[in-house]
Design a binder for this molecule. Structure first.
Ligand code: FAD
Ligand code: SIN
Length: 532
């Protein structure tokens, strides 16, 4: 079956939903998600969304904090864009029904998180993402120009390659004509034709053994774009959140928001000693890469699997009011956070790299846009500043609509696109082959491509991954295509890109730390980007 729409949006987190809501003003939108509408990283976000709101905060301070966290690797134009356009996008969220907490005087209650010099995090208690997802989903359901399709898994984007042309990284003017999509209920692959396609497929967490990301985060958009020969950048910068709740076996890992350290919580080793003063003068409020490496180091020295986060010195009633969900979750595990320390450890949380997108969210493939966590705009550079990703997603979704609406009138649907070719694929292979390989990928990545890297570890990881790649491609060629085998292929592609980019970066920068090259190549990089 063929379906067509002006806009095909793959992903229903903040990037996909906000793009769809605005694009619907200019044409018909089909919005796909691979499971249900609410299963997205967006719905899991706790801390909030960064935007300059009141003095003494100002744009320059938010720009500077973002550049410092990014370790001199940010694209300054992207940083300026997001910071300056943030307040307008916050107003848009409010107009769509998102409730941010306010103080008794009616002003927004702003949190402060690691790396921010001011209080600038708008939030809804400690479940901001859920509030955003709920409001945007509600608006999208009310919008007649948006057709929502749940349980629709995008397999590949369609380009000239599917018309029999050889497409390489050097082919000029690659174009995207839509996507092949598995309709899980009908158990068949449909051809979705579009004039404009938006990739908003979120993160990659399930490449690692532990992650704060939900199951949907398998880097599908990045892998699809890579197969279509789009430019992928900065994959070595994988962010590990310092304080996921240590609860072995729980997947995804439950996050203890950074806002808790902004509120005054302190990190301690298992013997009760503070340790962050040894690593950074900002102590527990240093940027995430520094805190995660410090915890990793303490755990390795001591042979321990977690450290503690201590919030017991704060007013118990205030703690319960600010962090109701964290209190509830910990209570279920027998931890009263007003009296007991919380066991935490660093866990994969966010990917700073992804599909290269310019200031209009255009990728290197014509008619293909990318926004949100699957994209790489240059905002985060070597390390993302806390609460800068929700705002990046909505600012770039907005930029994409503004750009796409101008080119839309001149575009046609591509004719003669063949249906998905499943000739010669009769095998319904045992699921165990897929799940076992998936686990091997996670093990390789967690063991060799984690917080601290080396040439030896990366080489080992690449060699092992190559075997899994070959076996999986053989299996894919013979199998009836399913979501599970596609996800496996995608995590292998994403892992390959992370290792490859990590091998190419012969220095330690931001989140990429390697014992073989512990220094930066250019110590003046930060000064240059800050304009000194
Ligand atoms: P997502 O919200 O992840 O949505 C991805 C969508 O793509 C889903 O609908 C999924 O079904 C769909 N999809 C994926 N692959 C396919 C496919 N092949 N076919 C069809 N559909 C597909 N950021 C902040 O700024 N502030 C915070 O406080 C914060 N807290 C966080 C807490 C947690 C626990 C986590 C996990 C993340 C947090 N982040 C936070 C990061 C932030 O939530 C994400 O970066 C952001 O929500 C990503 O939004 P997105 O729209 O790009 O993708
Ligand atoms: C958190 O609440 O600590 C997560 C914030 C983020 O990932 O930006």
């Amino acid at each position: 079956m063929k379906k067509q729409s002006d806009f095909l949006v793959i992903g229903s987190g903040i990037a996909g939903l906000s793009f769809a809501l605005k694009a619907a003003r200019f044409g018909k939108v089909i919005l796909l998600c691979k499971t249900t509408l609410d299963e997205a990283n967006t719905a899991f976000a706790q801390g909030g969304i960064a935007s300059v709101t009141y003095s003494p905060d100002n744009f320059d301070k938010h720009v500077s904090d973002t550049l410092i966290a990014g370790d001199g690797h940010c694209n300054r134009a992207a940083v300026e864009k997001v910071v300056r356009e943030a307040p307008a996008q916050i107003n848009e969220l409010i107009s769509w029904g998102v409730n941010f907490d306010r103080n008794a005087d009616g002003k927004f209650d702003l949190h402060r998180e690691g790396g921010h010099c001011e209080h600038r995090i708008l939030h809804h208690k400690d479940n901001t993402g859920f509030e955003i997802q709920k409001s945007l989903v509600q608006r999208a359901k009310e919008e007649p120009n948006i057709e929502i399709l749940e349980n629709h898994f995008a397999v590949d984007i369609i380009t000239q390659h599917h018309l029999g042309k050889i497409v390489t990284h050097h082919t000029p003017n690659i174009e995207c004509y839509g996507a092949y999509v598995i309709d899980e209920a009908a158990n068949t692959i449909h051809t979705f034709l579009s004039k404009i396609t938006m990739l908003a497929t979120g993160g990659i967490g399930n490449v690692y053994l532990t992650t704060t990301n939900p199951d949907i985060s398998t880097g599908d958009g990045i892998a699809m774009a890579h197969r279509a020969r789009a430019i992928i950048e900065d994959m070595e910068f994988v962010q590990f959140h310092p304080t996921a709740l240590y609860n072995p076996g729980e997947r995804p890992s439950f996050l203890i928001t950074e806002a808790m350290r902004g509120y005054g919580a302190v990190l301690r080793t298992q013997d009760g000693s503070e340790f962050m003063q040894k690593y950074d003068e900002r102590r527990s409020l240093a940027p995430r890469d520094i805190v995660s490496r410090a915890i990793d180091n303490e755990m390795k020295i001591r042979g321990e699997y977690f450290v503690y986060l201590d919030v017991t010195h704060k007013n118990a009633e205030e703690t319960k009011m600010h962090f109701p969900n964290i209190c509830k979750k910990c209570r279920e595990l027998g931890i009263d956070i007003t009296k007991d320390y919380i066991p935490v450890s660093p866990t994969e949380h966010y990917l700073c790299g992804g599909i290269k997108a310019d200031l209009n969210a255009r990728t290197s493939i014509n008619r293909l846009y990318a926004a949100g966590e699957c994209s790489c705009t240059g905002l985060h550079g070597g390390n993302r500043l806390a609460s800068n990703s929700l705002i990046e997603a909505i600012v770039y979704a907005n930029a994409a609509v503004n750009d796409a609406k101008n080119i839309l009138p001149a575009l046609q649907y591509k004719q003669d696109i063949p249906d998905w070719n499943d000739e010669g694929t009769s095998l319904n292979e045992e699921m165990i082959l897929i799940t076992q390989t998936f686990m091997e990928v996670e093990q390789i990545m967690s063991t060799y491509v984690g917080i601290v890297r080396s040439d030896l570890r990366l080489t080992r990881a690449m060699r092992r991954l190559e075997i899994l790649f070959r076996e999986t491609e053989e299996l894919f060629d013979r199998s009836v295509v399913s979501r599970k085998i596609c996800e496996l292929r995608n995590v292998i592609s994403v892992s390959y890109l992370i290792i490859k980019h990590a091998m190419q970066r012969r220095e330690s920068l931001g989140l990429h730390y390697t014992i073989d090259y512990p220094k930066k190549q250019d110590e003046n990089r930060m000064k240059k980007i800050q304009g000194f």
